[in-house]
Design a protein around this ligand. Structure first.
Ligand SMILES: [Fe+2]
Length: 212
């Protein structure tokens, strides 16, 4: 399934990668409407395949980046942001939280915040802001919209990831082939989502965080 293989970063074993939903599953489930589609697809995977992921690589840690001026603490536990920006283009973000030896991290905090399709942050409330905890296999996902552009930055998401008891990783995620990437001094190639087409005209963006 080349569409879900990270071009850089952790080389997930073939067995582990098979747990990710196929593009066909994403397309059919998203087309059916429920925005819980990705997690439904995950739940069909045989959990026993995760018992011994044979990944022996010492992969690079996910780079940290600036938090930026628009972080708001105490976000709600929320994975579906779509009602916060009903006019935006849908995108499902999903992936794993992994250690450097590719062991999945369970119960890792994954927090996401970003601007709406017009480039505006909700700095008074919690629209397009929320957090979750990775599941028993280290998987995370959000249903949200493609962020718009605002002056001085390329298209991006903000995230924080924290393995239980460990330091918080603050970073950002980017889109491939985005014209603004080459002129954004913060942009980092290791933080580019693997974006494919999802169902209903939306997108699917895959990223695996590698944390200490
Ligand atoms: Fe931002």
């Amino acid at each position: 399934m080349p569409h879900f293989r990270r071009k850089r970063g952790c080389k997930i074993s073939d067995n582990l990668e098979k747990l990710m939903p196929s593009r066909r599953q994403i397309l059919s489930l998203l087309a059916a409407g429920p925005m819980l589609a990705p997690i439904s697809a995950y739940s069909t995977a045989p959990a026993q395949r995760l018992l011994s992921p044979p990944c022996a690589d010492e992969d690079d840690l996910t780079p940290s980046q600036t938090e930026g001026p628009y972080f708001t603490p105490n976000s709600p536990e929320k994975q579906d942001f779509t009602s916060d920006a009903p006019g935006g283009e849908r995108i499902t973000l999903a992936g794993y939280v992994l250690r450097q030896d590719c062991r999945p991290v369970t119960k890792a905090l994954v927090e996401l915040w970003h601007c709406d399709e017009n480039g505006n942050y909700d700095n008074d409330g919690y629209k397009l802001r929320g957090h979750q905890f990775s599941d028993a296999e280290g998987r995370w996902w959000f249903n949200t919209v493609v962020p718009g552009l605002y002056p001085g930055r390329t298209r991006h998401f903000h995230v924080k990831v924290q393995r239980p008891g460990a330091r918080i990783l603050t970073t950002q995620l980017y889109f491939p082939r985005e014209p603004g990437n080459v002129v954004d001094s913060i942009f980092h190639e290791a933080l580019v989502l693997d974006v494919t087409s999802g169902g209903g005209g939306g997108k699917f963006g895959r990223f695996d965080f590698v944390v200490q």
